[in-house]
Design a binder for this molecule. Structure first.
Ligand SMILES: CC(=O)N[C@H]1[C@@H](OP(=O)(O)OP(=O)(O)OC[C@H]2O[C@@H](n3ccc(=O)[nH]c3=O)[C@H](O)[C@@H]2O)O[C@H](CO)[C@@H](O)[C@@H]1O
Ligand SMILES: C=C(OP(=O)(O)O)C(=O)O
Length: 429
């Protein structure tokens, strides 16, 4: 299994091109199931999760062509996928494919909406909590589907097609909102989704669905209205930049010191994280090319932060912020409000000499002047990258084991960081 070796202590300086967002690319690829025409997606990141979803869609009979580089393409430009679901040959998404990735469960929505049936294994994904799908099931039932759970599969049927309805989510759910939105596009009549998730990836998917002929208003706000249409058609859409990747590199620069341009990053997608970084002592400037992050000389200041749905501080940056705070000049508090078990990085950060105590959903981090490199391993994607950030700032060698989580969500991580002066390499065995 591959590992990443880091020798810490170098400041980061240079430019990092931000990739397309994993959490937008995945539902956008799934949305291709809604039409028999071709959906072309630009700026799709080359990630393990994207490759896995290609296999899952392939199993349903979807043809996916990845266009090669064109002359003039920037070396960091993501891939273009031509996705054609002209013939759906199988409406079952099997356990061995779906269990590895949370978002793959969402195929249930377009399959049900277009084929009127679906059988999808209960999902897997990052081990950060129980992650039930009750609200996704509730949303599909509201739209008139009948759902049962049988042998680890959700079996869904809507023989007469889906019907528009009111869907009121009792808590904000990104997955629930994606599923409700996709299913409602082909339902008969109007669907009104309230307490919808406002994450930018939802608005990006709605934008693409509208290009495909859907009639959606209000995406990106808590109230989304969908007028169902009979058919969707092909379209071309560019995946929005990854705000979590941008925030991760911003935290890394704030920790090591240096000066890095995050090319293509969009500040409005991660304002809450930029505010926290500024409070912590990083210098953030917005320019035409993206966001510039620097920290020169000044120490890291402690912060108190709670994760929250967008536009709040994202849970997907919680572990990275915690890594940063291990070197703050004082005591920080980070509260995780979205997932009940998203502190798996705490015990691994302790291997670097970090001082963190946990009390329920709140971590108290007592900053230390220096971390020391160590062998570490993480069980989820963002926890893994928090260990990379700590390793970049720590004295001596860090070996990050079990890095397949990193490959799920960070495109060319070692390449991007090495180009900014980090000593980081992948060791393949
Ligand atoms: C592929 C993708 O986009 N993943 C993101 C998505 O995950 P995901 O879509 O799984 O997260 P949700 O927003 O759905 O989950 C939020 C909370 O709602 C709960 N819940 C959710 C569904 C349900 O049916 N019942 C229920 O109780 C979850 O357990 C969690 O406590 O949003 C999370 C929150 O921003 C991010 O951390 C993940 O990176
Ligand atoms: C939790 C994440 O992914 P997933 O929902 O696919 O597990 C993530 O992207 O941080």
């Amino acid at each position: 299994m591959d590992r990443i070796r880091i020798v810490g202590g170098s400041k980061l300086n240079g430019t990092i091109a931000i990739s397309g967002a994993k959490n937008a690319a995945l539902p956008l690829m799934i949305a291709a199931l809604l039409t028999e025409e071709t959906l072309i997606l630009d700026n799709v990141p080359r990630l393990a999760d994207v490759a896995q979803l290609q296999r899952i869609l392939g199993n349903h009979g979807v043809d996916i062509m990845s266009a090669g580089k064109r002359p003039g393409d920037h070396q960091y430009q993501g891939q273009t996928l031509h996705i054609s679901a002209a013939n759906i040959i199988d409406t079952t998404a099997p356990y061995d494919l779906v269990s590895r990735m949370r978002a793959s469960f969402w195929v249930i929505a377009p399959l049900l909406a277009r084929m009127r049936e679906a059988k999808v294994s209960l999902p897997g994904g990052c081990a950060i909590g129980t992650r039930p799908v009750d609200l996704l099931i509730m949303a599909l039932e509201k739209l008139g589907a009948e759902l049962t759970i049988d042998g680890g599969y959700v079996v869904a049927k809507a023989p007469g097609g889906l019907r528009g309805a009111g869907i009121d989510f009792p808590k904000v759910t990104v997955s629930g909102t994606h599923v409700a939105l996709m299913a409602a596009t082909l339902a008969k009549g109007t669907t009104i989704i309230t307490h919808a998730a406002c994450e930018p990836e939802i608005a990006d998917v709605a934008d693409c669905l509208n290009k495909m002929g859907a009639r959606i208003t209000g995406a990106g706000t808590p109230r989304i209205v969908v007028e169902g249409v009979e058919k969707l058609h092909g379209a071309r859409h560019t995946v929005l930049p990854d705000r979590i990747e941008a925030g991760t590199y911003a935290m890394a620069v704030a920790m090591t010191g240096g000066d890095v341009q995050l090319s293509g990053a969009r500040p409005e997608l991660l304002q809450s994280a930029l505010d926290v970084l500024t409070e912590a002592g990083a210098l953030i400037t917005v320019n035409n090319d993206g966001i510039r992050v620097a920290r020169n000389g000044a120490g890291i200041r402690p912060v108190t932060v709670s994760t929250a749905p967008f536009p709040g501080f994202p849970t997907d940056l919680q572990a990275q912020l915690m890594a940063l705070m291990t070197c703050a000049g004082g005591s920080s508090r980070i509260t995780e409000t979205i997932f009940e078990n998203r502190f798996m990085h705490v015990q691994e950060l302790a291997r670097f000499g970090a001082r963190i105590s946990l009390d329920g959903e709140t971590a108290t981090i007592d900053g230390t002047a220096k971390l020391r490199g160590a062998p570490v391993m993480a069980t989820d994607l963002r926890a893994s990258v928090s260990l990379v950030i700590a390793g970049l700032a720590a004295e001596g060698e860090t070996m990050v084991n079990r890095i397949y989580h990193l490959d799920r969500g960070f495109e060319r991580l070692e390449e991007k960081l090495s180009a900014c002066g980090a000593s980081i390499q992948r060791i393949s065995e």
